[in-house]
Design a protein. Structure first.
Ligand code: NDP
Ligand code: MG
Length: 382
């Protein structure tokens, strides 16, 4: 039995985590839940997990009414740190969109908790620091992102010297076949229609621009300690093969399942064991074709930008991530065109001088600088 705290419980991953906990109650008990603003959803979850300590991070969010009087409700960033270090927790699942989960993740590591990480942004921003802290404390970092969970499964028990490259699969998003010209007029509503996955708004836009895959390349670099030059991307529109590992003898291992985040969440929680669940198995006779193709990097520059950020390292990945977050928010508010997202990120990256092996303070500073610089460029295009 694992006692799990879920940070970002009201989001898409958070709700899948609640589903897993209901599905395998003998293995997973939710002892903590955080929401940012969605108090109604938190109340719903609290009714399902009556023992959980709660936290609402947005100080301006209303106080929930429908909670039992004896239940503890923490508030704000301090509350989130307290939730992440809850004495009864074995594992903290970080499912907060953006970088809000970084400090709680570091606090959880210091408190000796294992981490299950969905929030790729924190590994892109500070992967070196998070992984080093986890090594020092001897805690596990279990990937929840489906591609990384797949690679984690393929790598288990293997000699790292036998690995040639990691191959991340990408659905290609809704504009896989769209012309470069037609991308100019893409609307938020079109970008929010993902062909295979049902996710939060930010990651859905990231999937459409391929920034999601770019972020995942850097995420893989830190999770598996593999250089960027050995991390490749292949488009696989069906999202059944979640990723692959190629070994030095040219054999490839892959992990397959339906595209449902309950699979990787459950594996992160039950690892190193596997337990039966109510999720549907694959029926290969019904699957039809599994296709693979090269990503169109000239139409979608995010992968090249990510490779450059990951290879340069230091503070540049934080800048890549922060500029993207600001650009995606502006796109969703109709203040920036769809191609404006990668144009903004490229311009902010070009203006940044990266600091190698930067301490956390320098990374946070670079993140804030990039947010301000991106916002300025969007408000006053050159
Ligand atoms: P959602 O937008 O659905 O949910 C985001 C969660 O974070 C909500 O609980 C939200 O609270 C909370 N939140 C938002 N801002 C803050 C903040 N400033 N401080 C604290 N909490 C905050 O996102 P997803 O679940 O889709 O994604 C979460 C993370 O998981 C992302 O990093 C994403 O890249 C990653 N991921 C998601 C996948 C998916 O299938 N969805 C797949 C792989 C990775 P509230 O709603 O209460 O305001
Ligand atoms: Mg993914």
């Amino acid at each position: 039995m694992k006692n799990v705290v879920v940070l970002g419980a009201t989001g898409s991953i958070g709700q899948s985590a609640a589903k897993v906990a209901r599905d395998i109650p003998q293995r997973m008990r939710i002892v903590g839940l955080s929401a940012h603003r969605n108090v109604g959803k938190l109340e719903e979850l609290a009714a399902q997990f009556p023992d959980a300590t709660l936290c609402i991070t947005d100080e301006t969010a209303p106080t929930p009414g429908a909670l039992g009087s004896c239940r503890k409700v923490l508030r704000g960033e301090e509350g989130l740190l307290e939730l992440a270090t809850l004495p009864e927790a074995d594992m903290v699942l970080i499912a907060i969109v953006g970088i809000g989960g970084l400090r709680p993740a570091l606090a959880a590591i210091e408190a000796g908790k294992d981490l299950a990480i969905a929030s790729k942004e924190i590994l892109v921003m500070a992967g070196e620091i998070v992984m080093e802290a986890a090594r020092r404390k001897g805690v596990q970092v279990l990937p929840v992102d489906s591609e990384h969970n797949a690679i984690f499964q393929c790598l288990e028990g293997r000699n790292p010297a036998h690995v040639r490259r990691l191959i991340l699969t990408a659905s290609g998003g809704p504009f896989r076949r769209a012309s470069a010209e037609s991308l100019e007029s893409v609307t938020p509503a079109q970008a929010l229609k993902h062909p295979t996955w049902n996710m939060g708004a930010k990651i859905t836009v990231d999937s459409a621009t391929l920034f999601n895959k770019g972020l995942e390349m850097i995420e893989a670099r830190w999770l598996f300690d593999v250089e960027m030059s050995r991390i490749d991307v292949v488009v696989h529109p069906q999202s059944i093969v979640h990723s692959m590992v190629e070994f030095v003898d040219s054999s490839v291992l892959a992990q397959l399942s339906h595209s449902d985040m309950c699979f990787p969440i459950q594996y992160a929680v039950t690892w190193p064991e596997r337990v039966p669940n109510s999720l549907p198995p694959l029926d290969f006779t019904q699957l039809g074709r599994l296709e693979f193709e090269a990503p169109r990097t000239t139409v979608f520059p995010a992968l090249d930008l990510a490779r450059h950020a990951g290879e340069t390292g230091g503070t540049l990945p934080a800048v890549f991530n922060a500029a993207n977050e600001i650009a995606v928010a502006a796109f969703l508010e109709h203040r920036l065109s769809f191609p404006g997202i990668w144009k903004t990120v490229a311009a902010v990256m070009a203006a940044h001088r990266s600091i190698a092996h930067a301490p956390l303070d320098a990374i946070v500073e670079a993140d804030q600088w990039a947010r301000a610089d991106a916002a300025q460029r969007i408000a006053r295009p050159a």
